[in-house]
Design a binder for this molecule. Sequence first.
Ligand code: ADP
Length: 605
Amino acid sequence: MTATIRPPKRPRWRSLALLALLLAPLLWPLQQLAERYYSDVLNEQNRQTLDLYVANLLGTLRRYEVLPQILGDLPALRSVLQQPHDGAALSRANQLLQQVREQTGADVIYLMGPDGKTLAASNWDRKDSFVDRNFAFRPYFREAIAGRPGRFFGLGTTSGKRGYYFAAAVREGADNLGALVVKVDLDHTETLWGNTPEQLLVTDANGVVILTSRSDWRFHASRPLDGAERAAIAANIPYPTQSPPPLQLDPQTWIRQSRELAETGWTVSILAPRSLIDRPVRNAVAAGGGSLLLLILLLGLLMQRRRHYLERIALDARARQELEQRVQERTQDLELLNSRLKQEVLEREQAQQELVRAQDELVQAGKLSALGTMSASISHELNQPLAAIRSYADNAGVLLDHQRTEDARGNLRLISQLTERMASIIAHLRAFARRDRHAPESVALQPAIDDALALLAKRRRAMQVELIRDLPEATLWVQAGETRLRQVLGNLLANALDALGEIAPPRRIWISAEPTATGVDLHLRDNGPGFSSEALQRAREPFFTTKTSAQGLGLGLAICDTLMRALGGELLFANHPDGGAQLTLRLRAAEHGTQRSLKDVASES
Ligand code: ADP
C-alpha cells in the first residue's frame, strides 16, 4: 500500500469559539420567539384578568343603574318631595332609604329636591349625613333634572370616598319633583385587586386615573387636559385636586392592555411590567445559549474523537507501511544476500575446481618429489648392505686365497642374505613411497636389536664403541613390522656411530628398555656430541643433515619417524643431560608372537 493517510489537524478550540460566535446570532430569533411567546401568554392572562375586572366593575355599576328610577316611583319618597316639610314623611323616607341601602349594598342613597338640596338620605343618622346639603353643582343632578340619566364619577365632598353616582329625576307628569341619587362605592373595587406585579389603571373620560392598584398614580392625568376639561373639573370637582399632575408611563417598562367602557367613558387598563417576560425570555435565551454551547462542546468532543480515530487509523497505516517497507527491505537484503551467496557458491566452486587442479598439480609435484626422495632413500639404504657385501666379498677373496673355502662360502651366504635383504629394503621403500601399510604385527624386540647390531658390528668394533645393553631377559613383544623395526634400529645405530666418529674414545652406546603404560620405551643413547640445537628442531625433516654429502642424505630420521608413526609408535630425540644424543622409540605392547630369524625377515616383502 502506497497511499499515505495524513493525520487530521488538531481541532482548534479557537475555530469552535468562532463557530460559537457565528451561531450566537441564532439566539436573537430565539429571543424574539421567546418574547413573542411569553408576551402572548402574558397578554392572554391579562386579557382574562381584564375581562374579569371589567365584568365585575360593570356588574357593580349595572346593579345600581336602574335603582334611582325604581326608587323614584316609590310613593313614600314622592310624598316627601310633594310635602318637603312633613317631618313624619321625611323620617319614613330616611328609614326607607336606609333600608334599601342596606339591602342593595349601595354606598349612599339620597333624595334631592328640585333645587338640589338633599331632603332625605340613607345616612340621615350619621355625622356626615347628606341631609340638607346641596349638590346642585354636581352634573348628575343637572342631567337628571334635564330628564337624562345622570351619571358621574367623583370624590365624595363629605366622605372623601370615590363613588359613582346614578341619578334619575322624580316626575309628576311634566313636573320635576326632584331627583333620586344612588352613590356606589368604588373604593372596594380597587381593593379587590390583589398584590400582583400587574397594575390596574382606570382612567375616566378626562384621562385622569380614578382607580388604580398604585396609590401614587391616583388622580394623575395620563394625557394633557384641554381647557374645557379643566373648566369641567373646576366646576364638578371630581378629584381632590383641580389640576391633576401628569402621569408618565414608560412604554418600555410596561406592557399595557386596555378596554374601553362605552357606558362610562372609562378606560380600564392592565399594566404588566416588562420584567415579567424579560426574566423567562432571559432564561430561554440562556437555555438556548447553554444548549448551543453544549452542542458546540459535543461537536468539539465528536471532532476530537474523530481526530483520535483518524489518528489511530493513520498510525496503523503508518505502522503497516513501515512493516511493509521493512519486509521489502528485508526481502531486498535477502535477495542481495542470496545473490551474494550464489556468487560465493560460484566462486567457491571455481576455487574448488582450482584447488582440485592445484591439488592435482601438487600431487604430481609430490609424486616427483617422492620420486626424488625415494631414489635418494634407495641409494642411502642400499649403501650400508652394499658396503657390507663389498667387505664380505673382499674377505671371501682373501679367504679363497688362503684356501679357506668354508669360510669363503659362509661369506658368500652372508652376501646372499644381504642381497635378499637389499631386495627387501627396495621393496619396502617402494611400499613406503606408495604409502603402503602393513598391519602392525607382534615383533620380538631383542632379536630385532640383535639383528641391527649385527649389521653394524664390524664398524662398531673398528671404532671401539662400547655397547652397554640394559634389556630384560624376557622377550618384549611390540607392535611393529619386522623389517621396518630393524630398518629404524639400523638407522639410529648408524647415526650413533656417525656421531661417535666425531669424538675420541671412549665411545659408548647404551641400549635400554623401559616399560610404559601402553608398551615399551626403547632408549638408544650415545656419548657423542649430541644434537645441535638446529638439528633438534629439524632432524625430522627429509634431507636435513649436518653431515657432508658423502656421509649423509638427511633421510634417516625422516624415514624412521614416518615408519614409527605408521606403526602407531613414536620417535623422540633429545640430548642426554650427561651429554650425547638420546633417541627413544615409543612402541606399543603386542601379543606374544612367533620369533623369526633374519632370513625370515629378509624374505618378508
Ligand atoms: P644423516 O644421517 O644422513 O645426516 P639423519 O636424518 O639420519 O641424516 O640425521 C639427521 C641429523 O641428525 C644428522 O645430520 C645429525 O646432525 C643429527 N643426528 C642424528 N643422529 C645423531 C646422533 N646420534 N648424535 C648427534 N647428532 C645426530
